[in-house]
Every structure is written in structure tokens, then in C-alpha cells.
Design a protein. Sequence first.
Length: 361
Amino acid sequence: MANNQRVCVVIAHPLSIDLQSRITHLGSPVPYSMDVIYASDLLRQEYMLARDKGADAVLAEGAALKEELDAMLARAEVVFVPALSNPNLMARFSEAAAPKLRWVQVTTVGVDQLRRSGVLDRPVVVTTGQGLRSRSIAEHVIWAMLTLSRDSLRRLHDQAQRLWNPRGRPMRLLSGQTLGIVGLGSIGGVTAQLGKALGMRVVATRRSAVKGEQNANGVDEMFPRADLLEMLGQSDFVLLSTPLTPETRRMIGEKELRAMKQTACIINISRGDLLDQDALVRALKEEWIGGAVLDVSTPEPLPAESELWTLPQVIITPHISATAGDLGDTNEAAVELFCQNLERYLAGTPLVNVYDRERGY
């Protein structure tokens, strides 16, 4: 990178003053100069104006605000994107609106929020937040398995009714049960480690798996994707932690659900479209499987009329499995990842967590 070249970095992620300073005063010996612009407050103002008063209000009352944001993104070479999609930001990622854009850092594992922006169709490098929230999501999965194994839904219902009822489904230990992980990435890997610590047998499949290969996370047996049905048939709990791609969309349908044990439970913390939701409803109503835990759904929010809300042995959480822990800690980890990549970008060395368009993650 030429010494006199200035890199315009737009921060769309809401950050504390300390974390903003960490980016602004990036300590690196490489010769460069940056213009760091913090756009998150202005983006939020524009979003709130559009939400509360409509798009016409943005053109009228927010004309100056829109003009300022347009100018920011027109200069941007690098953009740091928050986890929650802001449609006003996404609309500014086109070739015409952001002609200098070269790199976008997101804080999520998936890049769904970018798909409609058109940036994935441009020669723009996209890096993900893989690994940032793995522990939070993995602990959510452990909570889900314990909740179902201990018949906690019935216990909480009885408590609300002030009913002392020792009867119900037999409680089970997690120890000795089999956890099947579909997608052994960073989230699946941490979950595997926690499952092993609780005495579970852990099996897993991933795109590149070779049957019988050893895995550093302590997985007892790896399965190629072609052997998914065999893995499902062995599992007491099935975790969906694979990215959503054309290959994985609705990868769990009637055939896969019927391959599971009648007592098995499925847990989806990735994307709703991995599951055929209609087939899942039938599987639960007709008792092909024993239960489901859904942190994601299709669509989101899950409509109030969905039968999933009322089915027994179903736990629904509003896409929150990644949010445990202190928000400042989460933002700090995201900023550290971004700064690591920003130093690499400025030095002209390869970035980490680069999104692969061919694989879809």
C-alpha cells in the first residue's frame, strides 16, 4: 500500500468511546494513514426516522442526514458492520453508492444480512465473526438439552399451577447420551467439548469429513455428509450448527426426521431454513421425534399462529443464543478481531475469517 494512500474506514457498529479509540489509534508499524468515520449514531437516527415516520420523512426531514451518510459510504473503502441488519446501510453497498468499497467486516458467522445489498456480487472481500459467540451459543445448547432431559417444561407448568406432581416423563442424564452435530465449525466444536465434559458421546458431520477421522474437539466419530442419516439414527440430540447455503437449505426434511430416534430432540441455533418447518410440525405432532429447541425460525419473528408455539416438548427462543455475557465483552472481542484484520489489510497480508462465496460461508 502506498505511503500517501489514505484508507477511509466507516464504523457502522455502535461502540463505546474506548473501543472507538482502539480502532482510531491502531498501533501498527506499517506506513499508512486512515480516516476513521463513525456512522452508527447517524444510521440509527435515520433508521428511527424511517421506522417512526416513514420513508418520505427521510427525504424531507432527514435530507441533510441522508446526504451526510451517502457521502460517508461513497468514500468508504472499509466498513465494520453490526450484527443486526440496518436496511439503510445495506442500501448503500451498491457499486454506485459505494464505488471505493473493498472490504466489509461483519460480526456474525453468517452473512445473510448482506445478501440483498448486492455486495456479495461485487469483488469485495467479506470477513465474518466466526468464533466470537461460540461459547454463548454452546452453553445455550447445553441448557436446552438439560431442560428437555429433566422434563423442565412440565415442571415449570406444574409450578405455575401450584401442583405437586412427581409424575411425568422419566428424567434422563446427559451422560451416556449421544449428541449429533451437523456442522462442526467453531460453534459445533465448543459444543462438542462441553458435551464430552458432561459424559456424552459426540458424533458429527461436516462438509469435508472423512469417515473415522480423528477430531481435536474429542468427537467420537465423524461422518461424511453422505452418511447423515446414519448419524441421525444414532443421536439422542441433533444440533444444527451448519451455515445456510444452497446445499444445506432444508437439509432436514421428512426423510431425515424419520431417520431420528422417536425420543430424539433437534436443536437449531443456525438458520431456520435448514429445517423443513412443515415437516417438523408433523414430526412433533405424530411423534416421530421427541422434541425440538428452536432459536431460529422461518420466518422471523415466528408468526403467532404457528403451531410450534403450542406443541409440547418444544422450546422457542427469539434468536438470542449468541447474546449471553456482557455486551461490552462481546463488542471488545469483535473490535479485537476487526483490528487484527485491519492491521492485516493495511499491511497487505491475508485476512482471517474470509467468506468463501463458492462454499457459501
